[in-house]
Design a protein around this ligand. Structure first.
Ligand SMILES: Cc1cc2nc3c(=O)[nH]c(=O)nc-3n(C[C@H](O)[C@H](O)[C@H](O)COP(=O)(O)OP(=O)(O)OC[C@H]3O[C@@H](n4cnc5c(N)ncnc54)[C@H](O)[C@@H]3O)c2cc1C
Ligand code: FES
Length: 345
């Protein structure tokens, strides 16, 4: 089936298979259609049908609240019934040569392990190796649960044979209940990706500010992994702020202190505890700083006057990301292109 996209700047054509989401078909063809979550919540992939018929896989998708005009739909939740023409109001470009093209794939879950009482880490052994950029995520579909969920890769390696993830428990959440309450080891999951443009490349040549709320640390670990592999912090500064509620919600402290130990002059890591004072024996714990407060407040306090030549990456729950964006725009005066984020909606 042929999809014709009339964007603000030019037209594109691509094919979709029966049952393939229109967004995923375009992205797999190297066309950078607008999207953020890829899973029905943000509304960014809004388009309008001008000819042909579509099927909506999830008519209750929260992202539909952004649809105002007749014929509008979410490209990430709709499939084509035949040839379809559609309009998007955005400028649309081809992906850069060398970009990691998203593809459909699958893999087997292994090594599930609890990091805290409500955070689980696991590995997906891929059926075929995959390239992705540091900071990207996968759309993951688990058995018996409708639709894809976004999860950010924790690891970074070219031609990865396996992907590392961590998931914070969402009580009542379909994928979350599956991960936390069933025997997931050895089960097969469907994947589409890599996705997302909150990506880090060593050619950036800027200091890095990484602000993560809870499970938002996942993509930051991937960015740190790549930056440390390439000795980025020999030359540029790095400031990591990881926000959780209490000490018992912390994880990855060993990994973070290992990175900090490799670049003690240039890399700082601060754990922000929102609901308790850091215990006295935590201060200085393996080279990490601890402070009390919401992660955006702690970052704002520690970073005052240090925003020169800076690119910020933010991830986590939408209120945490929005609060950090406000600090970075209004106090730090970073330009929008130097603030990259993933809202874990
Ligand atoms: C870019 C990005 C990266 C993320 N990375 C992480 C991460 O690394 N770790 C982490 O813990 N969380 C991450 N999240 C958040 C995570 O995706 C959500 O918490 C997750 O969707 C919860 O899924 P659930 O099934 O447990 O909850 P549910 O409440 O069951 O589902 C939540 C989401 O699933 C989808 N969905 C639900 N029902 C349907 C349906 N019928 N048809 C189609 N889709 C449906 C929708 O996207 C919905 O918003 C990320 C989110 C985004 C957008
Ligand atoms: S990309 Fe489709 S709703 Fe977010």
């Amino acid at each position: 089936m042929k999809i014709q996209v009339n964007a603000r700047n030019r037209a594109y054509q691509f094919d979709v298979a029966e049952g393939q989401r229109i967004l995923y078909g375009g992205l797999a063809d190297g066309i950078h259609l607008p999207y953020e979550c890829g899973s029905g919540t943000c509304g960014t992939c809004k388009a309008r049908v001008t000819a042909g018929q579509i099927d909506d896989l999830w008519p209750e998708a929260p992202g539909r609240k952004y649809l105002k005009q007749s014929g509008e739909f979410l490209m990430c939740q709709c499939t084509a019934r035949g040839d379809v023409s559609l309009e998007v109001t955005n400028f649309v470009y081809n992906m850069d040569p060398g970009a990691c093209l998203p593809v459909a794939g699958r893999g087997g879950v292994c090594k599930p392990r609890m990091l805290t009482h409500d955070v689980i880490a696991f590995t997906i052994e891929l059926a075929a190796p995959c390239d992705f950029d540091a900071g990207q995520f996968m759309a993951v579909q688990v058995p018996g649960v409708t639709g894809y969920r976004g999860y950010s890769m924790v690891n970074f390696e070219p031609g990865a044979k396996s992907l590392e993830f961590l998931v914070k428990k969402k009580p009542g959440g379909g994928a979350s209940e599956w991960l936390f309450n069933s025997k997931v080891d050895g089960q097969t999951v469907e994947l589409f990706g890599p996705l997302g443009s909150a990506t880090f490349f060593p050619s950036l040549a800027k200091n890095l500010l990484l602000i993560a709320g809870g499970s938002g640390i996942a993509g930051m670990m991937s960015i740190l992994s790549r930056a440390c592999q390439e000795h980025y912090f020999d030359q540029y500064g790095g400031h990591v702020f990881f926000g959780v509620r209490t000490m018992k919600d912390t994880f990855f402290l060993e990994e973070l202190s290992k990175y900090r130990g490799e670049f003690p002059q240039k890399l700082s890591v601060t754990i922000a505890l929102s609901d308790e004072d850091p215990p006295t024996d935590a201060k200085g714990h393996a080279g990490l700083d601890f402070d009390r407060g919401l992660v955006h407040e702690v970052a704002a306090r520690h970073m005052k006057g240090k925003y020169q030549n800076m690119r910020a990456y933010l991830a986590g729950p939408p209120p945490a990301v929005d609060a950090a964006i406000r600090v970075l725009l209004l106090e730090a005066r970073l330009t929008a292109d130097n603030i990259r984020y993933d809202k874990f909606s």
